[in-house]
Design a protein around this ligand. Structure first.
Ligand code: DAH
Length: 351
């Protein structure tokens, strides 16, 4: 092997071998590439030194240096491919998903209990052939009172009870106006439930100015009173998931005649606890108002009361949710304050 300006070709080859063997990543490989094949690298120095050789040695030395250059380039490229493959594999292993790991758990979102109740009762009623209908919360006096046979002197019409807008419209005080809107839109026969928010000028521990109701209306030919009783008791049994005792009490609503209220057996104590916090020892819970639709109301819906009759009911959904889900304070349903909510759990420890 000819000597080339202090730099011996085989010495370069040897130090390249050693350096390449020690390389463990692409950055280190780059350093080696610069050191041997770069502009100021050992190979360049070797090539430059060729000119200083006696002419008879130049040709052979030139061939040897070129050979070494090709070899170094090939081996650098091979090493680069090998290291890149190894790094890709490492990354791939690191990002691999272990499907056998247990799940992390999730923070579950959930329906508000009142929404849940609304859906449950609507589903039960849909099973009985009822459709869901909705109406506006900002309502006209005409639908909210007049069509429902609520006389002008009725206290519900008073400013004390109803939120009026300056233009004479109001926030509906019940879901009953949807009865009228549905009859006008769909005619008879008709089976609907109308869930939604209603508003009254009430605000104390057991009343909220906004609360939720579900109205029901069935209009058909020759609807007997017994269908109303059967529908209501079946609905309650399905909602509470068991067969309850119930009783119907005579009552008064301007939009029904006769009118009734439905009491179910106390879902907390079934009438066995005279100190029950839910029924206060009476053993009964008042859950719905209802009755056979007044002919004036049928007429307001542009249906002939001589041909059609029906029954209607109204349920307080907030109360139903409280009864089913054991919520003791109405305000919890409307309060977004989580700490207040937590403090309502007896004996709950704050940590
Ligand atoms: N609208 C009544 C209320 O808000 C509830 C009600 C009672 C609705 C009897 C009815 C009904 O449809 O027939 O208190």
């Amino acid at each position: 092997m000819p000597e080339v300006n202090d730099l011996n070709i085989s010495a370069v080859k040897q130090s390249f071998d050693t350096a390449l063997r020690a390389v463990s990543n692409l950055d280190e490989l780059d350093e080696i590439r610069v050191r041997f094949a770069g502009k100021k690298g050992d190979l360049t120095l070797l090539l430059r030194s060729l000119g200083k050789l006696p002419p008879e040695q130049r040709k052979q030395a030139g061939q040897e240096v070129n050979k070494l250059r090709d070899e170094i380039e090939n081996r650098l490229n091979e090493a680069a491919t090998r290291l890149r493959d190894a790094e890709n594999e490492k990354q791939e292993i690191a990002s691999r998903i272990d499907v056998t790991l247990p799940e992390r758990g999730r923070t579950a979102g959930a329906f508000h209990p009142v929404m849940q109740t609304m859906h449950e009762i609507a589903n039960i009623m849909q099973g009985l052939g009822y459709s869901v209908a909705t109406g506006p919360e900002k309502e006209e006096e005409f639908y909210n009172f007049e069509c429902l046979n609520v006389p002008p002197w009725h206290p519900a019409r008073d400013m004390q009870d109803t939120f009026y807008f300056p233009d004479g419209t109001l926030l509906r005080t019940h879901t009953s106006p949807v009865q009228i809107r549905a009859m006008l839109q769909y005619g008879a026969p008709l089976r609907i439930v109308c869930p939604g928010k209603v508003y009254r000028r009430d605000n104390d521990t057991t009343h909220s100015p906004m609360f939720n109701q579900m109205e029901g209306l069935l209009v058909d030919k020759n609807v007997p009173f017994s269908v109303m009783k059967g529908t209501m008791s079946e609905m309650m049994n399905a909602f509470f998931g068991r067969s309850l005792k119930y009783r119907f009490r005579a009552s008064y609503f301007p939009f029904t005649e006769p009118s009734m209220e439905l009491d179910i057996e106390c879902v907390e104590c079934s009438g066995h606890d005279e100190h029950c916090r839910v029924c206060h020892g009476t053993g009964w819970l008042e859950v719905a108002g209802m009755g056979m639709v007044h002919p004036n109301v049928i007429r307001a819906g542009k249906i002939d009361p001589d041909v059609y009759n029906g029954f209607a009911f109204g349920i307080g959904l907030d109360r139903m949710a409280m009864l089913k889900y054991g919520i003791s304070d109405l305000r919890l349903l409307f309060d977004g304050n989580v700490s207040y909510f937590m403090s309502s759990f007896e004996g709950a420890k704050s940590c």
